[in-house]
Ligand binder design. Structure first.
Ligand SMILES: [Zn+2]
Length: 61
């Protein structure tokens, strides 16, 4: 399956190699939330962080 949406955790400022790909953009956020909780102790995602994540999601063409 083609996975055009990609996210790299380093793009939001963490020294972290987490990389995730998904077929749909909406599939990324739940996975990123879980990653942030377990890897970076972000238990409550602030709107600013969510926006930063949204902006750092790339779409392959
Ligand atoms: Zn990370």
């Amino acid at each position: 399956m083609f996975m055009p949406f990609t996210f790299d955790c380093k793009d939001i400022g963490y020294d972290c190699s987490f990389h995730y790909e998904a077929a749909q953009k909406k599939d990324l956020m739940p996975r990123i939330r879980i990653h942030c909780r377990y890897a970076h102790n972000v238990f409550e995602m602030k709107p600013e962080l969510e926006q930063k994540i949204n902006e750092s999601i790339k779409e392959k063409t």
